[in-house]
Design a protein around this ligand. Sequence first.
Ligand SMILES: *Cc1c(COP(=O)(O)O)cnc(C)c1O
Length: 544
Amino acid sequence: MTTQKSRPQLVADYQALERIFHKPENEQSRNVLTKYMEQILFGLHDFLGRHVGITEEIPLKELAEQFTASTIARTPIKKLADVIAEIIEEIAPQAVNISSPYFIGHMTSAIPFFMVHLSTIVAALNQNPVKLETSKVVSVYERQVLAKVHRLLFNFDDTFYDTHIQKPESTLGSFVEDGTLANLSALWVARNRLLPATSGYAGAERDGVAKALNDRGLRKLTILVSELGHYSIRKSAGVLGLGYDAVTPIPVDSANRVDLTVLERMLKDHHRDPETSVMAVIGIAGTTETGTVDPLPKIAGLCREFGVHFHVDAAWGGPVLLSENYCGLLKGIELADSVTIDGHKQFYLPMTNGMVFFKDPQAMDAVAYHAAYINRPGSVDLGIRSLAGSRSATSLVLGSALDIMGSGGYALLIDHGIEIAQAFAEEIKRRPMFELITAPELNILTYRLVPEALRESKDSKQTVNDQERLRLLNKINIKVQRMQREAGNSFVSRTTLRRSGQPDTVVLRAVLMNLRTNQEILNAILDEQEAIYLNRIAPTLKLI
Ligand SMILES: *Cc1c(COP(=O)(O)O)cnc(C)c1O
């Protein structure tokens, strides 16, 4: 970015610092600060309205060359006004306009306007829920927000919530940074409950996994999840000392749901082998790549039968429970021992907000830590049972958003996503140049572009063999996705579906969560992909 000349009046002295920490001394400086807030709200917002897709195109390599300074300036070089202007005018145009209705490739999208206000409050209050002494009412407020989402998931009765919402010894869930850490938290609890401290042993948390396993005559632990499981599960197994090979991917069926026959067989095998133990089975409520929901009630039944911790990764799909029309898709989630939800996905919160919930209010005792100077047993210090220590009070954002939107408002967003995804799938099926690969169950679908010459023909006059055909299709779809992204009008993501028994398939992936994305926009995105293929790729392939 432009390097500002250091101006002589910018000095770091006590008077200047005093001004920064105290409230504005007069009307004029108040007005200046208010103007800055306006600039942030409207300057950024106008910018987001003007640009679509991935914005101005400067190659990343060129951008990187502008950010190579590694020393901290001794004297101040910019004023707040300069910093704000620079971010709006120079950083933002090179950032990604995730708010665009043409941006349908990732789980990050437009958020309601008021989220900026709520985030400002969180920053201004600067509470730290790690302990009561730095958060007070925010800690009990947070417990209420957690209870609301817990009830959405598990739907216990009034007596249950009256008992546990504010009981210091109970923990219904915990805020963490993101879905990754929510999964880690759930598996951390599962590990410690499987290898607890007993009269004979200190348990995994204190002794480490190797000793805890050895004490019990076990050789290894396993985590079972479908092959479409999120990679945060492998990360968690690594961090928890199991090693990521402990995660056993289970094949999916033709609808991309975990194959129950294989799952049951594996549970039986492990049950028979006295040296291994299954630490958790994970059902996915909305896989990252295809948005499909595993058969949760059946998985729950197997977990009960074999006495295994049942975790549901609902990082993506959890908020679907707010929709009366579609909550049935998540049936069985109430049978989970623990659930992951990401607030920054379908609760439309700003980055970052993850949550983990436990059916049993005592489950998180398995990961309780006490430090003499900070949190005392029996206190409301939320840092006692939490992966995070200090963290921001994002419960204020979620709690307020629930008040502002109501479950009805969220339901409209969820319904729109699911229904526009269905309409998009129909349009894809209607167009000869496309093939729907995974139909949407929630609001995610995958498809690919298939030129006429590469379509599977009923008669046997196929000009290329299957392997060659797949290779070409993968290549074409990689190009289509890249060229569309680089053109900057719209964005669809790309992934390679790796499912056992099927060849690795490059697909275009659409995530429909922006209320402003409509059929017309989706048609334009497909038109653009067709044009990219016909005008820029086909001539180089000599296929048509
Ligand atoms: C997004 C996602 C995660 C990880 O969430 P982060 O917030 O990116 O850490 C985990 N599981 C599923 C199914 C997800 O979709």
